[in-house]
Design a protein around this ligand. Structure first.
Ligand SMILES: *[C@@H]1O[C@H](CO)[C@@H](O)[C@H](O)[C@H]1NC(C)=O
Ligand SMILES: CC(=O)N[C@H]1CO[C@H](CO)[C@@H](O)[C@@H]1O
Length: 476
C-alpha cells in the first residue's frame, strides 16, 4: 500500500528527494459539536520506540527481500515489488535506511497544527523510501494520543486538588492505569502504559515499565508503582457469607503498606457501613497514614457511588476539615474509583465531590479501557503528508487542499518549528525558517541513514511534559 501510493502519486523517475511531515491537524471550532475537552495541545511521545524497534540498523536483508517479493506477487497479482530499490539499499547501505528524520524533543507539548517531525530521503535513488516508512511512523498517533489524553486528565485533577486541598501533593498517583486487560495486545499495553507514565506514576500495566527501561531509561529503578490489591475472586472465593473474613484476612496480611480492597462483590454500601465501619473498624483505625485501607467500589453510577460511599464512611470515620474547608477522611482510610472512569466522568466526579464539600486529596482513580484503548487517530487528527519534492534537481513545494474539507489543507515546502518571542509555537513553511530572524529550529535530527543520533531519557520526557501552573488554569 505504502509503495503503491508513492509510485502512483510521485511517478517521476527523476525525483531526487521526497520530504514529508507529521502533524496533529488543528481542530476548527464547530459550534454544533463542541467537545468538552478541547485537546488544544499534544504531547509528542513514542518516536524513539518506533525508531529503535523497527527502523534502526540493518533492517533490509536478502531473506526479507525474497519473502516480500513472493508475497507481493500473490497479493497484487503483479510484479510491483521494488526489488531493485531494496537491493540497492542492501548493497549500498548494508541494509540501513537512507532517510533523515527530524523531530521535536520527546515529551514536548505543542499546539495542534504544528509540524512534529519531518522525514526525507537522503539518496536520490531512494526518493521513494520516505513514503514507505509512513505507515509505521504514523502509528505514533497512539502514544501521542494516550499521553495527551492522560495529561488533560492530570490538568483536571490538578485543578480540583488545588481548589479542595490547597496543594498538589500526591497528584502523580491520582490516576492509576487499570488498562492491561482492555487493550488489543501485549505491545499496545507496553506502549500505552508507558505513555500514561509520562504524566503519572501509578500503574498496574507493568508492560509499560519494560518499554520505558528498554527504550528510554530512567534514573529511578522503575518509573511506575502499585500497591497490593484484592480483586473479586479473592473476596468471592470465601463465599457470600464470609466477605468480612475475606476482608479481615487481606488487611492482616498487609499491615504495613496501603492495601486496596474491592468492596462491591455483594453490596458496597453494606460493606462500608457494617463490615468496614463496624465489624472491622478497630483494625482500620489502627492503620497508619502510610498503610491506609483503600476501599474500591466497582459498580454503579460513578459519581453517585463515590458520593454515597464517602457519606457512609464519613459517618463511621469522622472526617476533618482541611484548610480550604473541604472534608478529608482520616489518614488510615482512602477511596479509589476505578470503574467507568474516563476524562468526562472524571471531571463529573471531582466536580460533584467539590460541590458536596469533599476534598479530592484522599481519593484516587483507576482507568482502563478509556485510558489505553478507547481512542482513535481521529481524536487528534494525526496525519502525514508530503510537502516538498526535488525533481530534476528542482525543489517544488507540494500540498493538498481538498475542496470538500479545508481543514485538510496540508503544509507547503520545507518546514521548521520555532518559538516566538511571546512563547507561542509557529511552524514556518516553504523553508522560511532558514532566515535567521526566527531563531533555532526546534526540530532536531534523531535518525540519519539507519542510525539513531539523538535520544531522550524518560526523565527528560517527563520534564518536557510537566504541568505548569498556567496549564491548570486552562481547564474550563
Ligand atoms: C479531525 O477528525 C474528525 C473526525 O474524523 C473530523 O470530523 C474533523 O473534521 C477533523 N479535523 C481536522 C482539522 O482535520
Ligand atoms: C487527613 C488525611 O488523611 N490526609 C492524607 C490525605 O492524603 C495525603 C496524600 O496522600 C496524605 O499525606 C494525608 O496524610
Amino acid at each position: 500500500m505504502a509503495m503503491l501510493t508513492c509510485l502512483i502519486s510521485l511517478p517521476f523517475a527523476l525525483s531526487l528527494k521526497v520530504y514529508s511531515y507529521f502533524e496533529c491537524r488543528e481542530k476548527r471550532t464547530d459550534p454544533t459539536k463542541s467537545r468538552k475537552v478541547k485537546y488544544d495541545k499534544t504531547v509528542f511521545y513514542g518516536l524513539q520506540y518506533i525508531l529503535n524497534k523497527y527502523l534502526k540498523g540493518k533492517v533490509v536483508t536478502p531473506e526479507k527481500i525474497q519473502e516480500a517479493k513472493e508475497v507481493y506477487r500473490e497479493h497484487f497479482q503483479d510484479d510491483v515489488f521494488n526489488e531493485k530499490g531494496w537491493t540497492y539499499i542492501l548493497e549500498k547501505y548494508d541494509g540501513h535506511l537512507p532517510i533523515e528524520i527530524k523531530a521535536v524533543p520527546e515529551g514536548s507539548v505543542i499546539p495542534r497544527g504544528n509540524v512534529l517531525f519531518t522525514v526525507e530521503s537522503t539518496d536520490p535513488e531512494c526518493y521513494w523510501l520516505t513514503n514507505w516508512v509512513e505507515t509505521i511512523l504514523v502509528q505514533i498517533w497512539y502514544p501521542i494520543t494516550v499521553a495527551t489524553n492522560s495529561r488533560e486528565q492530570k490538568k483536571i485533577l490538578a485543578k480540583y486538588l488545588q481548589e479542595t486541598s490547597g496543594n498538589l501533593e500526591g497528584l502523580a498517583y491520582k490516576l492509576h492505569d487499570f488498562g492491561y486487560r482492555g487493550v488489543s495486545s501485549q505491545e499496545t499495553a507496553g506502549i500505552g502504559a508507558s505513555a500514561h507514565l509520562v504524566n503519572f506514576k501509578g500503574t498496574d500495566t507493568v508492560a509499560g515499565i519494560g518499554v520505558i527501561k528498554k527504550y528510554y531509561g530512567t534514573k529511578d529503578p522503575v518509573p511506575g508503582f502499585s500497591v497490593p490489591a484484592a480483586e473479586h475472586s479473592t473476596i468471592t472465593a470465601w463465599g457470600k457469607d464470609h466477605e468480612k473474613d475475606a476482608f479481615e484476612h487481606i488487611i492482616k496480611q498487609f499491615p504495613n503498606v496501603p492495601v486496596s480492597i474491592v468492596s462491591d462483590s455483594y453490596d458496597i454500601y453494606n460493606a462500608c457501613e457494617k463490615i468496614w465501619g463496624e465489624d472491622l473498624r478497630s483494625l482500620i483505625v489502627a492503620r497508619s497514614a502510610d498503610a491506609p485501607l483503600v476501599i474500591r467500589p466497582d459498580s454503579g453510577n460513578p459519581l453517585d457511588t463515590v458520593l454515597k460511599v464517602l457519606e457512609i464512611l464519613g459517618k463511621k470515620f469522622p472526617p476533618v476539615e482541611n484548610s480550604k474547608g473541604y472534608k478529608v477522611l482520616p489518614p488510615y482510610i482512602r477511596v479509589i474509583q476505578g470503574d467507568g472512569v474516563d476524562i468526562n466522568t472524571l471531571q463529573e466526579i471531582v466536580e460533584g465531590m467539590k460541590q458536596h464539600k469533599w476534598s479530592i486529596e484522599n481519593i484516587s482513580f483507576g482507568s482502563g479501557g478509556a485510558l489505553l484503548q478507547k481512542l482513535t487517530r481521529d481524536l487528534l487528527n494525526c496525519s502525514f503528508k508530503c510537502s516538498y519534492v526535488v525533481t530534476n534537481g528542482l525543489g517544488v513545494n507540494v500540498f493538498k487542499d481538498p475542496v470538500a474539507d479545508p481543514n485538510k489543507r496540508s503544509k507547503k515546502g520545507r518546514l521548521s518549528l520555532h518559538r516566538t518571542q511571546s512563547g507561542d509555537f509557529v511552524t514556518l513553511e516553504e523553508g522560511k525558517g532558514d532566515l535567521e530572524q526566527y531563531g533555532v529550529d526546534l526540530l532536531h535530527t534523531v535518525f540519519l541513514n539507519g542510525k539513531i543520533v539523538k535520544t531522550y531519557t524518560f526523565d527528560e520526557v517527563r520534564d518536557n511534559a510537566q504541568l505548569k501552573e498556567k496549564n491548570v488554569c486552562e481547564v474550563q
